[in-house]
Design a protein around this ligand. Structure first.
Ligand SMILES: Cc1ncc(COP(=O)(O)O)c(C=O)c1O
Length: 489
C-alpha cells in the first residue's frame, strides 16, 4: 500500500482549517478505512516509518494511531498495527462519486413529495407571494426591536402550547373585527403557517386510511400533507359555485374531513354558494365530519362585499378555520393560526406542542404589537389598493393580448388570476417556453390529480402580488409569444 499517496492530503505543518496535522492524519486513515481503501487486516507502517514517509513528527502518528485504536478502527496484533475486522457497510458508490443509495430507499410518499422542484424564487407572477418591496420594514423593525428589549430567558425556550397569549388575543380581536369570526382567544392556536395547520389537522382529525375530500383542482401542498398522514383522497370537482359537495355525495362517500377554500376557491376563484355552505355545515354536524376552511387570502377582497366565513355561519360546527400571515405580512415569517371549536382547542394545542415543539416567541411578540398598534390594518388598506390596481392591469393586458383565446377566473379576491385556454394547450410546455422568455407561471393542469379521467383543463395561474404594473405590461406580451410558439399559431 502506497501510504505516501493515500495520505498525501495531510497538507503543510500548522493548522489547516483549524485542524492540526495529527487530527488530519487521524481523519485520513479513518476515511480510508470507512470507504474501503484500507481493508480488514491491512497492516499499517510503524509509527517511526510513517512519520518519516510523511515528514511529520512521530508523536503525531502515535496520537492518530492511539485515537483510532481507542475507537476500534485499529488493533495491534503481533506488535503490528492493523485495520480491525469491522462489519462496515461498504460504500459501493464511493468510487463513482458516492451517490449510489446503499440499503434503505426513501418512502413511496417521498416520491410524491419530491416530484416537482420547489419554486422559492421571488419573481413576478409567482403565485401566492405578496409585494414585499412595499412591506413597512421600518415599522416592523421597531416592533421586533421592542420585542427583543422585552424578552427574558423564558422567551428563548419553546413557546406555550397554542402560542403566546398576547398574539392569540390580538388575532382573535382582529379576526372578529375584520372577518366577522365568532371566537374567543382560547380558540386561536398559533402555527408556523397554513402548512403546519394542515399537517396537524391531517394527524389529529383523522386516522390513517380515512377519507378526505379535496377540491379538484385544488391546493397541492394540502394533498401532500393528507397523503403523508396516510389519508385517502377523494377529488371533488369544482364549478362556478365552488366545490360540488352535495349532501347525497356525503352520504354515499362519507369523508372524515372536507378540505375547502370557500371564499376564493384555489385556484379557480369561485365562491362556495350559500346553499352549498349551509348544506356542508349541516352534513358536518349530522355525520360528525370535520371541515377545514382554508381562508388564505380574504384580507384582499376586491369587489366590495365581504364573503362570510363558514366559521362565522356556524360557530359551534366542527370547522377548523385556517388563516396565514404569509400574504398580509410576509411568507418568510412562517406564522399563521387556526380557529378551532372550543372543545378541541386544548388537545390540538397539545398535539402541536408534541409534534412540532413550537418557538418563534420574539416574532410572535412583534406580530402581536404590529396588529395591536394598527400597523397591520394600515398595511392591508394600502395593499388592497395596490393589488386591485394590479389585478385590473393584468386583466386588461390579458384581454388585450389573448382576447377570446382565454377565460379569466378568480379576480374577486387575493393576488392571482387563473386563465383557462378555450382550446387544449400543453400548459406544461407553455410554462417551460414562458420561462425561457423570462416569465414565471404555473400550469393549471398541475392542480388536478394525475388520475383525472379525460383531458385536464389547460391554463395558467398568474400571481400578481409580486408583479408591478410595469412588469405586467412587459411580461404579458412575452407570455403571448410563448403561447404562439407552443400552439404553432
Ligand atoms: C391556497 C393557499 N393556501 C395557503 C397559502 C399560504 O400557505 P402558508 O401559510 O403555509 O405560507 C397559500 C400560499 O400561496 C395558498 O396559495
Amino acid at each position: 500500500m502506497d501510504f505516501e499517496r493515500l495520505l498525501s492530503d495531510i497538507g503543510p505543518a500548522g493548522k489547516l482549517r483549524g485542524h492540526s496535522r495529527q487530527q488530519r492524519l487521524y481523519e485520513l486513515i479513518k476515511r480510508a478505512i470507512l470507504d474501503g481503501r484500507l481493508c480488514d487486516g491491512a497492516k499499517l507502517p510503524s509509527t517511526r516509518q510513517l512519520a518519516a514517509t510523511l515528514h511529520i513528527a512521530r508523536n503525531s502518528v502515535i496520537f492518530a494511531y492511539e485515537l483510532l485504536q481507542a475507537e476500534g478502527f485499529l488493533v495491534t496484533a503481533n506488535r503490528a498495527t492493523c485495520v480491525a475486522a469491522l462489519n462496515l457497510v461498504t460504500h459501493q458508490g464511493a468510487s463513482q462519486g458516492g451517490s449510489l443509495p446503499i440499503g434503505a430507499p426513501l418512502s413511496k410518499r417521498s416520491q410524491q413529495l419530491s416530484r416537482t422542484a420547489p419554486d422559492s424564487e421571488y419573481l413576478p407572477f409567482i403565485s401566492g407571494v405578496p409585494e414585499l418591496n412595499l412591506f413597512p420594514w421600518k415599522k416592523w423593525l421597531s416592533h421586533v426591536l421592542q420585542a427583543w428589549r422585552a424578552v427574558g430567558a423564558r422567551h428563548l425556550s419553546y413557546t406555550a402550547p397554542g402560542g403566546l397569549p398576547g398574539l392569540r388575543t390580538a388575532i382573535a380581536r382582529h379576526m372578529r373585527l375584520s372577518r366577522g369570526l365568532v371566537c374567543t382567544d382560547a380558540q386561536v392556536l398559533i402555527t408556523s403557517g397554513t402548512q403546519m395547520a394542515l399537517d396537524i389537522c391531517a394527524r389529529m382529525l383523522a386516522d390513517s386510511g380515512d377519507l378526505v375530500w379535496m377540491e379538484s383542482p385544488g391546493y397541492p401542498p394540502a394533498r401532500s400533507s393528507f397523503r403523508s398522514a396516510g389519508l385517502r383522497i377523494a377529488d371533488i370537482p369544482v364549478d362556478d359555485k365552488g366545490m360540488c359537495c352535495e349532501g347525497n355525495l356525503v352520504q354515499s362517500h362519507a369523508p372524515r374531513i372536507v378540505f375547502v377554500t370557500p371564499s376564493h376557491q384555489y385556484p379557480l376563484g369561485s365562491v362556495l354558494s350559500l346553499e352549498r355552505r349551509l348544506a356542508l355545515l349541516e352534513q358536518a354536524q349530522k355525520h360528525q365530519l370535520w371541515i377545514i376552511e382554508n381562508d388564505y387570502d380574504s384580507e384582499f377582497q376586491h369587489d366590495g362585499h365581504q364573503i362570510s366565513a363558514l366559521q362565522e355561519l356556524a360557530p359551534n360546527a366542527p370547522v377548523i378555520y385556517i388563516g396565514t400571515f404569509s400574504k398580509s405580512v410576509f411568507p418568510g415569517l412562517r406564522l399563521g393560526f387556526m380557529v378551532v371549536p372550543t372543545w378541541a382547542a386544548d388537545p390540538i394545542a397539545s398535539g402541536l406542542h408534541h409534534l412540532y415543539r413550537p418557538g418563534q416567541a420574539i416574532e410572535q411578540m412583534a406580530l402581536a404589537s404590529f396588529i395591536e398598534s394598527g400597523h397591520l390594518a394600515q398595511h392591508l388598506r394600502h395593499m388592497r389598493k395596490v393589488y386591485l390596481d394590479r389585478r385590473n392591469c393584468l386583466r386588461q393586458q390579458l384581454l388585450e393580448h389573448f382576447g377570446d383565446l382565454i377565460q379569466i377566473f378568480g379576480g374577486a379576491a387575493g393576488m392571482h388570476l387563473t386563465l383557462l385556454f378555450r382550446r387544449t394547450v400543453d400548459d406544461c410546455a407553455l410554462v417551460a417556453k414562458a420561462a425561457s422568455l423570462g416569465v414565471t407561471t404555473r400550469a393549471l393542469s398541475d392542480f388536478y390529480v394525475d388520475s383525472l379521467v379525460g383531458a385536464k383543463p389547460s391554463g395558467l395561474i398568474l400571481g400578481y402580488g409580486a408583479a408591478d404594473q410595469r412588469q405586467i405590461i412587459d411580461l404579458v406580451p412575452r407570455l403571448r409569444t410563448a403561447y404562439d410558439r407552443v400552439t404553432g399559431l
